[in-house]
Design a protein around this ligand. Structure first.
Ligand code: NAP
Length: 334
């Protein structure tokens, strides 16, 4: 009997928060690789906030998903069969792949990953896209100097915790913002943040950041946007750099809420506010990965992850990003 292969199809565009109806599970036989192809078995599937943007009509970070197509994200997979001379069975690869248990690929866009150098899951986290985003956003736009104060929102998440850890390696004061006392405690005890603010219980973010940053804010690495960011930006110093990495607080909004006008604060502080997409820095990926690997090997960077078990739980894991059920990189082990 042929082995079954489950795939998750993008079925319905969400209005507001994504729900189970947005996805449909299909079952088909495991495909046979053609000439020049490999058969891949998915091991770790990444779920990411940016996928929410791809579920809307039109372009977000990148082209939107088409209804009826398989969902796609970063996947670490094992080569099970190979008819492509560049890959051997038993090798591990990472790439942008379908939410399928098994799939074929012609090898384009796949990169081999070394299971000896780090756990395979780390290639979705500290040695993958979140690590690159944290490192390159901070270094290329933030340009931190020792002694400066960095505030990072979404600090207990995949990108945020790495930003804070790098900030500490570089000799900065680091203050994180996250949702929950357990998370803020973890930032201080596990990752060495100097201070942390629980945005869910803090009545006044502006004051909390002012208290946590006695010398003001030189760099704000923003993963969430909205009122949290308004409160931080009120505390920026002259020549501050505000790095817009993500605005997860708005991804499920049907109408984007308006907030205070911040241009005046940027103006009087001669501050820079800049958005970026990690691929903007694609030519720097090799050097960034080399540095991240070095710090990881030296034990200076911790790889934090939340691993949900089971292919059928990919949608739940994705929804969890908007509820903060993860610390570090959220992914699903197949
Ligand atoms: N520019 C780029 O190239 C790039 C690349 C990767 C990621 N990103 C962006 O970076 C951000 C973080 O991504 P990630 O992969 O590291 O995800 P993540 O931080 O691991 O997960 C999302 C976190 O966002 C927080 N959150 C959810 N809803 C929120 C809300 N309404 N207000 C405040 N916080 C909320 C939750 O933590 P709490 O418990 O603290 O609420 C949750 O754990 C996202 O905005 C993402 O789109 C951008």
């Amino acid at each position: 009997m042929k082995m079954k292969n489950r795939t998750i199809i993008f079925e319905k565009r969400p209005v507001g928060k994504p729900t189970a109806e947005c996805f449909r599970f299909t079952e088909n036989p495991v495909p046979e690789p053609g000439e020049g192809e490999v058969l891949l078995k998915s091991l770790f599937v990444s779920v990411d906030p940016y996928l929410r943007g791809r579920m809307n009509v039109g372009k977000s970070y990148t082209a939107g998903f088409n209804l009826g197509d398989p969902m796609k994200s970063g996947v670490v997979a094992e080569v099970i069969k190979s008819k492509n001379p560049a890959f051997k069975s038993g090798e591990f690869v990472a790439g942008l792949l379908n939410w399928s248990e098994y799939q074929t690929s012609n090898g384009a866009g796949l990169s081999k990953v070394d299971a000896e150098a780090a756990p395979l899951s780390a290639y979705q986290g500290i040695l993958g896209m979140p690590g690159l985003t944290a490192y390159l956003g901070l270094m290329e736009i933030g340009r931190p100097k020792p002694g400066e104060t960095i505030v990072v929102s979404g600090a207990a998440g995949a990108v945020g915790n790495i930003v804070g850890q790098i900030g500490k390696i570089l000799g900065c004061r680091v203050v994180g913002i996250a949702g929950g006392d357990e998370k803020t405690e973890m930032l201080k005890t596990e990752f060495g943040f100097d201070d942390a603010v629980n945005y869910k219980t803090t009545p006044n973010i502006r004051k909390a950041i002012s208290d946590a940053c006695p010398n003001g804010v030189n760099i704000y690495f923003d993963n969430v946007g909205g009122e949290i960011s308004d409160g931080v930006i009120m505390n920026i110093n002259k020549f501050a750099r505000v790095i817009i990495c993500g605005v997860i607080s708005q991804y499920n909004e049907i109408r984007i809420p308006t907030g205070p006008r911040l241009q005046g604060i940027l103006l009087v502080n001669s501050a820079l506010m800049k958005g970026f997409i990690v691929n903007d820095f694609a030519e720097k990926f090799p050097e960034a990965i080399q540095q991240l690997k070095k710090w990881y090997k030296e034990g200076k960077l911790i790889n934090k992850e939340t691993i949900v078990e089971g292919f059928e739980n990919i949608p739940e894991a994705f929804f969890g990003l908007f509820e903060g059920t993860n610390t570090g990189k959220m992914m699903v082990k197949i």
